[in-house]
Design a protein around this ligand. Structure first.
Ligand SMILES: O=P(O)(O)OC[C@H]1O[C@H](O[C@H]2O[C@H](CO)[C@@H](O)[C@H](O)[C@H]2O)[C@H](O)[C@@H](O)[C@@H]1O
Ligand SMILES: [Mg+2]
Length: 265
């Protein structure tokens, strides 16, 4: 089976690059690898609003088959809230980290949720009220995090920045700002996606395996750094940029889904 056709390339030095692509190795030695997958922009195409995303019907079952091949060492690592992300892949329940690493469901089913304080609830309500007249701005309530989306109103970015900075000072030191694609978020500061990957790798299902992390955005840089440090592979969906620590790339979410489909066929 060859994956050379799948446009997987490694443009920076990477011990797995060369003749054999990373995913060809994953296919040849599935017992050696753990796979960490971002959702938006990586498994799924970006959409105009958070709820407009489309999950291709074959994807959940393909991920489940791949997970079985990897003996369960496949986790979703997303900025979405855990329960929202989970239902996208129903009826399957993969190990999953939500809120950029602050929430997690481990392979043994144990769930760790981030605490939502009463003050944070008020802050989300106030943000929603303050931006109510801002056409095109969407406030996404994610429990212990909140996202201000401006994809439908790019001109609002400059006004949203100070508003979110102000909200962050009100939230206090347990939260931090997370920038993303046409979005500014306030998320728990307790963990990032790199921490989530390390936490999974400490568990029996993942332990002793080399990690492959695939993502598309600023938040994924934390897991790219972690897998690079641990001798794994970091792959960006989209063009590689000097600003990214990813050492390989896949052109699009569709191409990644094609690779997954080929792996499980
Ligand atoms: O870590 P991810 O799984 O990539 O999640 C990152 C954020 O994704 C969502 O926002 C992004 O995707 C939306 C749907 O395609 C798009 O409309 C928006 O502009 C993007 O920023 C999600 O809504 C956020 O909660 C996630 O943190
Ligand atoms: Mg993403």
């Amino acid at each position: 089976m060859s994956y050379q056709k799948q446009s997987l390339s490694a443009s920076k030095p990477d011990t797995a690059s060369g003749k054999d692509s990373i995913l060809a190795m994953l296919s040849a030695e599935p017992e050696k690898w753990a796979l960490f997958l971002d959702i938006d922009g990586t498994l799924l195409e970006l959409a105009e609003t958070p709820d407009d995303i489309v999950v291709p019907p074959s994807l959940p079952a393909n991920l489940d088959t791949l997970s079985t091949r990897l003996e369960g060492a496949l986790a979703l690592v997303t900025g979405r809230r855990l329960d929202y992300a989970d239902q996208l892949f129903s009826p399957f329940h993969f190990p999953i980290a939500g809120l950029h690493g602050a929430e997690r469901r481990d392979p043994d089913g144990r769930v760790r949720k981030a605490e939502v304080t009463a003050e944070f609830e008020r802050l989300k309500e106030d943000l929603t009220a303050e931006t109510a007249g801002w056409a095109g701005v969407l406030i996404e309530d994610k429990g212990a995090a909140v996202a201000a989306h401006y994809r439908l109103a790019p001109e609002r970015e400059l006004e949203l920045e100070p508003l979110m900075e102000q909200a962050l000072s009100r939230a206090g030191p347990n939260w931090t700002i997370q920038h993303g694609k046409m979005v500014i978020e306030i998320r728990p500061a307790s963990a990032d996606k790199g921490h989530a990957v390390e936490a999974f790798l400490a568990q029996p299902v993942f332990a002793g395996r080399r990690a492959i992390a695939i993502g598309d955005d600023v938040t994924d840089e934390a897991m790219f750094r972690t897998v690079n440090r641990l001798g794994g592979h970091s792959i960006r969906v989209g063009p590689l940029s000097p600003a990214s620590e990813a050492r390989g790339s896949i052109p699009s979410a569709e191409a990644l889904r094609g690779i997954i489909a080929t792996l499980v066929s």
